[in-house]
Ligand binder design. Structure first.
Ligand code: 13P
Ligand code: SF4
Length: 359
């Protein structure tokens, strides 16, 4: 749907009034009506770096979800203020790993005698206190763009311990499993799933000792809904179609796909695809629709018509964006996201380890 012209004019006026004081970041899953005002767009890795590279901007307006705004706050200077236009824009996956739950899992690993060989790795899609937990315990943050190098780094950290290194991967079991099995040569038997809602994670001490990857039982409520049967029916319906999916999809879906990668990878792949080629994309719908509109010479379909937008990404709409921008222009700071100093310090350790990874 076309954006309300009055709101568009108000957003433009507020942005112009703020000038260089404001820098607007837009995640690829944002609505068209919002992304049109972004100074940069990107996946969570690119946006984390872009936020850090703008020390002159007093306000970073983050059109994305809560954990991304927290990461931007951690990576930007103390005088910069990060604004999330709707505070209800969270992430159900990030909410699946709470610090108290992770600490209980760590205690169980200590009791099982394996904590010394475990390196915690958290996906960017996690709260700042989970990133800080990783920072404190020798771990690292990763994104869907660099999960493989982050896992390589993590396994190297404890390569010399008896029995070999293990990774505790938070909070997305699918990104963890897909990366471990498809990129690192581990087997499904090397992976166990820690369920925070069951005593001792639902695992025996022996299972913990035998595992190489301890996957947290979290998932993305959007990507987790794509099903392998849909891939089969699309291939039957559109001969020659290429299946391109995000690694947050279930392992059975990724196994049936032709290509798998982060949102930046998905965009680059479609940009480089020849005219006339056909693609089914398994990621958030706003991005798939934008790609289809931008590439009318290619046939681009959404992998599964029954899967919806990410409801929390969509909370950032034009009215919220205009309200945040006009408030800033009028001198009122609204919806600031501020991570407490101790959490920030340790989360930064884990994020800086990520930014120092090769590639
Ligand atoms: P990336 O931006 O890292 O590809 O992650 C996708 C996602 O689900 C963000 O919420
Ligand atoms: Fe979270 Fe999934 Fe939405 Fe990304 S797409 S914000 S991982 S629920």
């Amino acid at each position: 749907a076309a954006s309300d012209p009055d709101l568009v004019a108000r957003a433009l006026a507020a942005k112009e009034a703020l000038g260089d004081k404001v820098f607007v970041l837009g995640h690829h899953y944002q609505r068209d009506e919002v992304i049109q005002f972004a100074d940069v767009t990107g996946d969570s890795f690119k946006l984390a770096r872009d936020a850090a590279a703008r020390p002159e901007a007093e306000f970073i307006v983050f059109c994305g979800v809560h954990f991304m705004a927290e990461s931007a706050d951690i990576l930007t200077g103390p005088d910069q203020q990060v604004i999330l236009p709707d505070l209800a824009a969270g992430c159900s996956m990030a909410d699946m790993a709470r610090l108290t739950q992770v600490e209980m899992a760590w205690e169980a690993m200590t009791a099982a005698g394996i904590a010394d060989s475990v390196v915690p790795v958290t996906y960017m899609n996690s709260s700042a206190d989970i990133k800080a937990f990783c920072g404190r315990n020798g771990g690292v943050v990763c994104t869907s763009s660099n999960a493989e190098v982050a896992l390589e780094w993590a396994f190297e950290q404890k390569a010399d311990v008896e029995g070999g290194a293990k990774v505790l991967f938070l909070p997305d079991q699918h990104l963890g499993r897909n990366t471990a099995v498809l990129k690192m040569g581990l087997t499904l038997d090397d992976c166990v799933v820690w369920d925070p809602h069951r005593p001792h994670g639902g695992l025996t001490a022996e299972q913990l000792r035998d595992a190489k990857m301890i996957l947290w039982k979290g998932h993305c409520s959007v990507h987790g809904r794509f099903a392998p049967e849909v891939v089969d029916s699309l291939r039957a319906e559109i001969p020659g179609i290429n299946i391109l999916v995000h690694p947050e999809c279930r392992h059975e879906v990724v196994l049936k796909a032709d290509l798998v990668g982060s949102t930046e990878f998905i965009i680059k792949t479609i940009e480089a695809a020849p005219a006339g080629s056909a693609w089914a994309i398994g990621t958030e719908l706003n991005l798939v629709q934008r790609l289809a509109n931008a590439h009318p010479d290619k046939r681009i379909v959404f992998l599964d018509k029954t899967v919806c937008y990410c409801s929390t990404m969509n909370r950032i709409d034009l009215p919220h964006f205009v309200w945040a921008m006009e408030s800033l222009a009028a001198g009122t700071v609204v919806n600031r996201i501020e991570v407490d100093p101790d959490t920030e310090r340790w989360a930064l350790v884990a994020l800086e380890r990520m930014l120092a990874l090769p590639g």
